[in-house]
Design a protein around this ligand. Structure first.
Ligand SMILES: [Zn+2]
Length: 277
């Protein structure tokens, strides 16, 4: 089992590095918007948080989610073990259902004030690019791990499905947060298959009704099904303001220690007013 956990970690790291490199290059060659803050301190802090999260996960939960699937398998836990589902079907349905779980987890992180405390660190980014897709408070990462572990045990998801899902979620998060130019015609077709950067950028608008839409990370269907889909931002992609209305201090929003302390220092009550122009 240790070998499988190690190779899963290597696959995840390899795909992270590859997708990160491609998106970074694409952002340099064909950016969608000009960024409003300087890249260096933001990237330092956002990537610093990634390193901190990765090390804490490896240290505190070394078995990871792949370990959870082997545990469930050895105990014969979960729907797919009881139903004796064909392997390919169990993999496919697990990936799709895990994505649905992540959609609802995201909705909950917006609705429940205690959870929003942690998730707002992601939304406090004053720009949106590939590093925003990796900027999550360490406690949100652990809460999310717990939710995914429960879902994996209940489903009896195969290890391959879990590795595929983790790789896919990480890759699509970097893709849909990236500041890349994509022809509008291609975007219109692609957003039926996967959440595109233009679709997800709406979710990072400072307008609250736009923040509370387009929760999907991977498959775009859940937003359409549960009526949280919003096609375009009111102010247009070039005119929209990114971030939260109550957090506009550039100096702070890009400091790692400030980001880590934010859930404990902020007033999590959702803002009900629309931003005043
Ligand atoms: Zn969100």
């Amino acid at each position: 089992m240790t070998t499988q956990i190690e190779s899963a970690a290597a696959i995840r790291l390899g795909s992270f590095v590859a997708v990160f490199a491609v998106m970074t290059l694409w952002e340099l060659l064909a950016p969608r918007r000009s960024l409003s803050t300087s890249k260096t301190p933001r990237w330092g802090s956002n990537l610093g948080l990634v390193v901190l999260n990765t090390l804490s996960l490896r240290f505190l939960v070394p078995m990871g989610l792949v370990g959870v699937t082997y545990l469930a398998q050895s105990k014969d836990w979960g729907l797919f073990h009881w139903l004796e589902t064909p392997y390919w079907l169990a993999v496919l349905v697990s990936v799709i259902l895990l994505d649905l779980v992540i959609y609802w987890q995201h909705v909950l992180f917006h609705l429940v004030p205690f959870l929003w405390r942690f998730h707002l660190v992601h939304h406090a980014d004053l720009d949106i690019d590939v590093t925003t897709g990796l900027r999550f408070h360490t406690i949100e990462i652990f809460l999310s791990l717990g939710i995914k572990a429960v879902a994996i045990v209940l489903l009896g998801a195969p290890p391959v499905a879990v590795v595929a899902f983790e790789v896919l979620l990480n890759a699509t998060s970097m893709f849909n947060h990236s500041n890349v130019q994509l022809a509008l015609g291609i975007d219109a077709v692609l957003r039926w298959l996967v959440v595109t950067p233009d679709m997800h950028r709406v979710h990072h608008s400072w307008r609250e009704r736009e923040t509370n839409s387009n929760y999907g990370f991977n498959l775009p269907w859940w937003d359409r099904l549960f009526r949280t889909y919003r096609a375009q931002p009111q102010d247009g992609h070039l005119g929209m303001t990114i971030g939260l209305k109550q957090i506009r201090d550039e100096q702070q929003a890009e400091r790692l220690h400030w980001m880590l302390a934010l859930p404990f220092t902020t007033d999590p009550s959702p803002t009900s007013e629309e931003p005043q122009e």
